[in-house]
Design a protein around this ligand. Structure first.
Ligand SMILES: Cc1cc2nc3c(=O)[nH]c(=O)nc-3n(C[C@H](O)[C@H](O)[C@H](O)COP(=O)(O)OP(=O)(O)OC[C@H]3O[C@@H](n4cnc5c(N)ncnc54)[C@H](O)[C@@H]3O)c2cc1C
Length: 378
């Protein structure tokens, strides 16, 4: 019998386990971590921004205080201070978590696939290998109704392919990154490329779309090749690694699939920012909230979802979904009319209503009013 069971040793599950391990309240608790995978492969690169120093600084591959945004024939320089944009490899985070959690006598980490969770007190978890009981379950599987699509929620996909490239000569500026570059679009959609240099000769270049449908595998490669040649003017390079990803951008109410001592976490708990697809930093922040709630005997998910920001996200997604070709101009307006610090605070769900209004009034009012009406009548 465990006090806490965490299903999924990904971003959300590991942030939660690490937040528990870091707090004396959990020193004598029994914590079970279940994942169907061994988590011994690098399956993603995480980027996030934060002010100054952070918990994972010893793991990061690189960080930037300056960058640029390109759209609508305009280049906007970004000076991030006091924020820094940071990049870390998934595998480094998984290894760090395994090593750190290994020191906690109460942590059991098993490679088992979870099949079902039976609600009750305690909860019963059925896995490919057997059964486990726990007082609380934190589940990072995505609830089935999300895939059924039998609701009026907006579902866009953030889908991308990245190439880690190596050049024979110095080419990149390691201190500057490209946040979003809309100079090369896929069929006039909301599609952009970002460039994250590791050093003068190595960078991660990723072509990304915010659209309802995926592309053919070869289409991502074509766009990356074109970006390298046409935008960067780089013909000679070697691809050393690739990465692909699909992140749901949706206003689906994931939090409704939590109840009592059973909390959905991560993507399956609505911890991905719907309008940006970022979630690594959200997972860290939300894990802290869960820990605080457990210590004060409140509902574990209390205070995690902000209705105000969910409404903004929902309107933004509705506009992107219906008028996908307007995405580059929308983002351009956002970056042109606001500082990067204001944008980060807004995307972090940390801005105040006057700050929100400053960002919102920059957008086409009629379009967003239409989205608001649809949201109200939905
Ligand atoms: C290639 C890629 C790049 C990304 N880049 C960024 C980025 O730069 N910044 C950012 O903020 N976000 C990024 N994301 C998104 C981010 O990684 C995810 O949103 C985040 O990992 C979500 O956390 P999670 O814990 O919900 O899911 P995951 O990290 O995917 O973890 C879920 C875990 O659950 C396990 N699992 C699933 N089903 C079962 C089951 N039935 N039984 C047992 N275990 C199960 C899986 O094996 C997995 O380990 C990226 C995603 C990808 C794929």
């Amino acid at each position: 019998m465990f006090d806490y069971a965490i299903i999924g040793a990904g971003a959300a599950g590991l942030h939660l386990a690490l937040a528990m391990q870091n707090d004396p309240f959990f020193a004598k608790k029994k914590i079970l971590i279940l994942d169907k995978d061994a988590k011994d492969q690098n399956d993603r690169t995480w980027c996030y921004w934060e002010r100054g120093e952070g918990l994972w600084d010893s793991l990061i591959l690189n960080h930037w205080s300056e960058g640029s945004f390109h759209a609508c024939g305009d280049t906007i320089p970004l000076k991030l201070h006091p924020y820094r944009y940071k990049m870390l490899r998934g595998l480094d985070f998984y290894r760090h978590a395994k090593q750190t959690l290994g020191k906690h006598p109460g942590v059991t980490w098993l490679q088992e696939e979870v099949l079902e969770v039976e609600k009750g007190s305690p909860l019963k978890i059925h896995t490919s290998q057997g059964e486990h009981m726990a007082e609380y379950v934190f589940d990072s599987r995505i609830p089935e109704p999300f895939f059924a699509k039998a609701d009026p929620c907006t579902r866009l996909l953030q889908h991308f392919k990245g190439w880690w490239v190596k050049t024979p000569e110095d080419f990149f500026e390691p201190n500057r990154f490209t946040m979003m570059d809309y100079r090369l679009l896929w069929n006039n959609s909301t599609s952009f490329t970002y460039v994250l240099p590791l050093n003068r000769r190595e960078a991660l270049v990723e072509f990304t779309l915010f659209t309802p449908e995926l592309l053919q595998e070869s289409d991502y490669d074509t766009m990356l090749q074109r970006y390298m040649e046409e935008i960067l003017g780089l013909k000679q390079f070697e691809i050393t690694e690739t990465e692909k990803g699909i992140i749901p951008m949706t206003d689906f109410p994931f939090e409704q699939y939590s109840s009592g001592n059973y909390l959905r976490i991560g993507t399956g708990g609505g911890w991905v920012k719907p309008s940006s697809g970022y979630s690594f930093k959200n997972c860290e922040k939300n894990a802290r909230k869960v820990v605080r709630n457990l210590k004060t005997q409140q509902a574990p998910g209390k205070g995690i979802i902000s209705p105000k920001f969910r409404l903004y996200d929902s309107l933004f997604l509705d506009v992107l979904n219906r008028q996908n070709q307007t995405g580059p101009a929308l983002f351009h307006t956002m970056y042109r009319k606001n500082s990067i610090q204001q944008i980060f605070a807004f995307l972090d769900d940390e801005s105040t209503i006057p700050e929100d209004l400053r960002i919102i009034v920059g957008f086409p009012q009629i379009t967003f009013l239409g989205a608001l009406l649809r949201r109200i009548t939905r």
